[in-house]
Design a protein around this ligand. Structure first.
Ligand SMILES: Cc1cc2nc3c(=O)[nH]c(=O)nc-3n(C[C@H](O)[C@H](O)[C@H](O)COP(=O)(O)OP(=O)(O)OC[C@H]3O[C@@H](n4cnc5c(N)ncnc54)[C@H](O)[C@@H]3O)c2cc1C
Length: 403
């Protein structure tokens, strides 16, 4: 019988959560990264149902991994927010968002991880996961594997989470979207958030984001709801108003951060949608990259100590700026989509200054946010045997459209 393949670390999922973990690991613990395997059931480039809006903080996180946004994108400079008043709020906000297509963005991240020495296997699905003594056993479409540690980066429906960390269904939102071609030479530089259906009971909003699909301008339009069931057809009807006559609709769940749920178990860490993201607007790409940084730091220290139980990871996330932001967004979702929503929208409409501060806070820029700290780059040995890199973190902050 052939010996079963054994790895120190397997990352299940090659989206931003999985790639972000691999890239952060390569920076701070390159030897562990070189012993890591990323598995994804899809062949890349692959589509992902997502509006593809990147808040500026995402670009800072990419920069902290020595990456730039090397894919087509549309820069957004103005926000239009329908918050229930007599007219829409127009908020000038230079560089408040870059809209990418996930097909291109995720392939770029995964290719970077591979180019930096992390082994990636695509077209391989994990069908089951269980414990086998000290090992985590993964049944994959390419045969069984055993790993000392596994990162569940397998999205909202995470099998790793269900089988190894938390059988509870958790808090799940839903979003539907369509792409509508625009008859114009260039994509607009404005995006829209529309909360006008909240008084009728929608626990969410509709959006229009400008984007480029194969070089052609489109609106990505969609509707988000905190309720996973699609609100009895309401999401489809609201989408139809924004994407009249467009045949193709895509829907996908979004797992939301719930402070009460575990994010780790012995040998297993969750990142990105598998862990849970923003309940207010359903944003998850920046959070997936942030989770990846925490997972990488946790893995580096755990492998160094020879203890892979990860007892502190859930509390580490909760106590970090990532966890604090997610908790505030969860509170925001309860206020803005709850029984007193009319009051909170009135408050939000009241002050231009508060709107600007709120938007900067959400986007991760400005004085209200802690600086992004570069990951400490581990020393490496180059081919001639000399050492390079530094064990010290360099503290910096980029200037992405800071206002
Ligand atoms: C309609 C919609 C619009 C959104 N718009 C935005 C937005 O504008 N901005 C934003 O920041 N966020 C947005 N989000 C949220 C965002 O898409 C997610 O938060 C983000 O994709 C999370 O990244 P991830 O890597 O954790 O998971 P994913 O991107 O879902 O990646 C998971 C990966 O795991 C793989 N996988 C899953 N199961 C297995 C398995 N069993 N075996 C092997 N591989 C597996 C999948 O193929 C996939 O590649 C939106 C979501 C939706 C649904």
């Amino acid at each position: 019988m052939p010996a079963i393949e054994r790895r120190d670390l397997v990352i299940v999922g090659g989206g931003p959560g999985g790639s972000g973990t691999a890239l952060a690991l390569e920076r701070i613990a390159p030897e562990l990264a070189a012993r890591t395997l990323v598995l994804d059931r899809a062949d890349f480039p692959r589509d992902k149902t997502c509006a593809g809006g990147l808040i500026p903080h995402t670009l800072e996180l990419l920069e902290s991994l020595d990456l730039s946004l090397d894919v087509p994108s549309v820069r957004v400079d103005h926000a239009r927010v329908e918050a229930g008043g007599s007219e829409a709020l127009a908020i000038p906000s230079p560089g408040c968002c870059w809209v990418i297509r996930r097909r291109e963005f995720d392939a770029m991240l995964l290719a970077a991880a591979r180019a930096r020495g992390v082994e990636v296997r695509t077209g391989v699905a994990v069908r089951d996961a269980s414990r086998s003594g000290e090992w985590i056993r993964l049944e994959t479409t390419a045969g069984p594997l055993e790993a000392r540690a596994v990162v569940g980066a397998d999205g909202s429906g995470s099998l790793v989470r269900r089988r190894l960390v938390d059988a509870d269904e958790g808090w799940i939102a839903r979003a539907v979207m369509s792409d509508v071609p625009i008859d114009a030479p260039a994509a607009p530089d404005v995006y829209e958030f529309d909360f006008r259906d909240v008084p009728d009971g929608l626990a969410g909003y509709a959006w229009s984001f400008p984007c480029l699909i194969e070089g052609r301008p489109h609106w990505n339009v969609g509707v988000y709801s905190l309720r996973r069931g699609g609100e009895g057809g309401r999401l489809g009807r609201l989408l139809e108003k924004r994407a009249e006559g467009v045949a193709e609709r895509k829907a996908h769940p979004i797992r939301l951060y719930d402070e009460g749920r575990p994010l780790a178990a012995p040998g297993v860490l969750l990142v990105g949608d598998a862990g849970g993201v923003d309940p207010l607007l359903g944003e998850g790409i920046s959070f997936a990259l942030e989770y990846g940084r925490h997972a990488a730091l946790t893995l580096r220290d755990a492998f160094a100590a020879g203890d892979l139980r990860f007892p502190d990871y859930t509390a580490r996330i909760a106590g970090s700026p990532l966890g604090k932001k997610l908790r505030r967004l969860a509170m925001g979702a309860r206020l803005f989509y709850g029984p007193k929503s009319a009051f909170w929208f009135r408050v939000a409409r009241f002050s231009r200054t508060a709107q600007r501060i709120g938007m900067n806070w959400y986007n991760g820029v400005g004085l209200w946010n802690p600086p992004v700290v570069a990951l400490p780059r581990a020393e490496r040995t180059s081919v001639d045997g000399s050492r390079y890199g530094t064990a010290e973190p360099d503290h910096w902050r980029t200037t992405w459209q800071r206002q």
